[in-house]
Design a protein around this ligand. Structure first.
Ligand code: IMP
Ligand code: MG
Length: 183
């Protein structure tokens, strides 16, 4: 963990989810995964880049056999508002037919990204598809979508850290913080 008295990044207005709370919740999510999958093998699809840190910590909480693939979508560019329809930029390399697939993302916002990806995965004939997100901004949904596992419900605020970015920065913050509005 970062030093407990490490100063807040100057661009961050407030901490929404602390490093300790993230790690505590990930331990619980690991137990939930174990309950859901028992000893089955899991094919994990992490959505880059945002889900990389969360996925790395989450997967170390389960002792199941795990296959890991990453896909990339894009919709935000450098803005804090979605630019519309997400596009798949980098596709799957692992086969998912007959597999238990767990899709992992950093945040569920409008729901567009995850409905695109779950639809694409379901069309490939997996044994099961589940979705796990660290954060859920329920109030922002534009298409109906529920994740099977959610770390934290959060209010409609643009957040960064622990994988989440603004214009590709702040992903390495150890906590989830609210970005200070530009002066
Ligand atoms: P959706 O398709 O609108 O659900 O958007 C999901 C994607 O938007 C996430 O994977 C994030 O990359 C990005 N996103 C949504 N809200 C935030 C936020 O508050 N901070 C940073 N990225 C966000
Ligand atoms: Mg993302």
């Amino acid at each position: 963990m970062a030093h407990p008295t490490a100063p807040l990044h100057p661009d961050i207005e407030s901490i929404l989810v602390s490093e300790a709370a993230i790690h505590q919740r990930i331990t619980e999510l690991g137990r939930d995964l174990k309950r859901l999958y028992a000893d089955q093998e899991i094919t994990v699809i992490a959505i880059m880049n945002g889900a990389i840190l969360f996925t790395a910590d989450l997967l170390r909480q389960v002792d199941n056999a795990v296959r890991l693939d990453c896909i990339r979508t894009t919709s935000y560019g450098s803005a804090t508002e979605s630019a519309g329809t997400p596009k798949l930029v980098h596709g799957l390399t692992l086969d998912v037919a007959g597999r238990h697939v767990l899709i992992v993302d950093d945040i569920l916002d409008t729901g567009k990204t995850l409905s695109l990806i779950t639809g694409m995965v379901r069309a490939l004939g997996p044994a099961s598809v589940r979705v796990c997100v660290l954060l859920d901004k329920k109030g922002r949904r534009q298409v109906p979508f529920e994740a099977d596992l959610v770390g934290f419900q959060i209010p409609d605020k643009f957040v960064v850290g622990y994988g989440l970015d603004f214009a590709e920065r702040y992903r390495n913050l150890t906590y989830i913080g609210v970005l200070r509005p530009p002066a």
